[in-house]
Design a protein around this ligand. Structure first.
Ligand code: ADP
Ligand code: ZN
Length: 309
């Protein structure tokens, strides 16, 4: 039977599942089927994910599955809770054994990463971070997350980076924080609390999609995201910063504004042509767009199989 690979991007609002085929000579796997499953309860959602892939197991060999998931997640292979979503405030999902469930339902090896490291792995393999050793990826959507690749490896560390909660609003020339913002832990005291789609909606009093391009809220948004890109750049020295997620992908006017704020905040400090001469190729959208996460999940599945063989 033909071998196919599964990729899942697990998000707080939807689980995006794809089935990929490796085709000789093709740049990236061909997506042969896909399904978007709403995130409800773990039993219902993971049951539907398993159902999507198991229907194909009747006629194909599912060779492996990669899962890039919202978190916080446990990535430590030595931990008894490896493969779990751990402490999320999302009702029903705390202490959820995602990898264990899918592995036993489908009887296949399951590779596991954060959603944002997954998206970055997709971009490195087939998108905007090809050939790079170090890169950072932020997603700006319903929440905000950041992933990092340093010297070719996704950064995990103690738990994993949580760049969506950078306390950037404590920085100069950013409005003072309020407890009423979009983050349940930090109010308006963190990046997610001021710059996610729901945080924009809260401040503007209407959905982010309906805020006109000329509204000054977008200039604030660009400045918040520029601060985050500056922090990531100073901390990790990435060779590129990729900004994805619904908010920026649907508001492409943000990219030049973010680049301008980024340069102004750095104030000439980092003298490298990638920044001083080619900023438009330093802060970029994902080439894989909304599919960065699922392609990354497929790359994880392929890599895990390569390590075993
Ligand atoms: P998610 O983060 O839920 O996985 P997305 O990355 O697609 O998914 O982001 C969805 C968020 O993007 C929504 O919560 C909404 O606030 C925001 N959004 C949707 N459409 C637009 C738009 N046209 N402009 C700005 N923001 C938008
Ligand atoms: Zn926060």
């Amino acid at each position: 039977m033909e071998r196919l690979w599964g990729g899942v991007e697990g998000g707080g609002t939807k689980f995006h599942c794809v089935l990929g085929r490796e085709t000789a000579g093709a740049e990236k796997p061909e997506i042969v089927d896909e399904r978007i499953i709403p995130t409800t309860t773990p039993a219902e959602t993971l049951g539907a994910v398993a159902g999507f892939f198991s229907q194909h197991q009747e006629t194909h060999t599912l060779a492996g599955l990669g899962v890039a998931c919202f978190g916080p997640v446990d990535l430590d292979p030595a931990s008894p809770r490896y493969g779990f979503i751990t402490t999320t405030p999302k009702p029903g999902w705390a202490d959820c054994d995602v990898v264990g469930y899918l592995r036993s339902a489908l009887n296949v090896p399951v590779a596991w990463e954060t959603d944002v490291n997954g998206a970055l792995i997709g971009e490195r393999r087939w998108g905007a971070a090809q050939e790079l050793r170090s890169a950072v990826y932020f997603t700006i959507g319903t929440g905000i997350g950041g992933g990092a690749l340093v010297e070719g490896r996704p950064v995990h560390g103690l738990l994993h980076p949580e760049m969506g909660h950078l306390p950037i609003t404590a920085l100069p020339d950013v409005p003072p924080q309020s407890q009423q913002g979009g983050c349940p832990y930090h109010g308006e005291g963190c990046l997610e609390g001021v710059a996610s789609g729901p945080a924009l909606e809260r401040r503007a009093g209407r959905p982010a999609a309906e805020i006109p391009t000329g509204d000054p809220i977008w200039e604030d948004e660009a400045r918040y995201l520029a601060y985050a890109a500056v922090v990531a750049t100073l901390m990790l020295s990435p060779q590129r910063v990729i900004l994805g997620g619904g908010v920026v992908l649907k508001q492409p006017h943000l990219y030049p504004r973010i680049r301008a704020h980024f340069l102004s905040i750095l104030n000439g400090y980092l003298q490298h042509p990638a920044i001083t001469e080619r900023i438009e190729t330093y802060i970029v959208p994902p080439q894989l767009g909304h599919r960065a996460g699922v392609y990354g999940a497929l790359a994880l599945a392929l890599d895990a199989a390569g390590e075993r063989s």
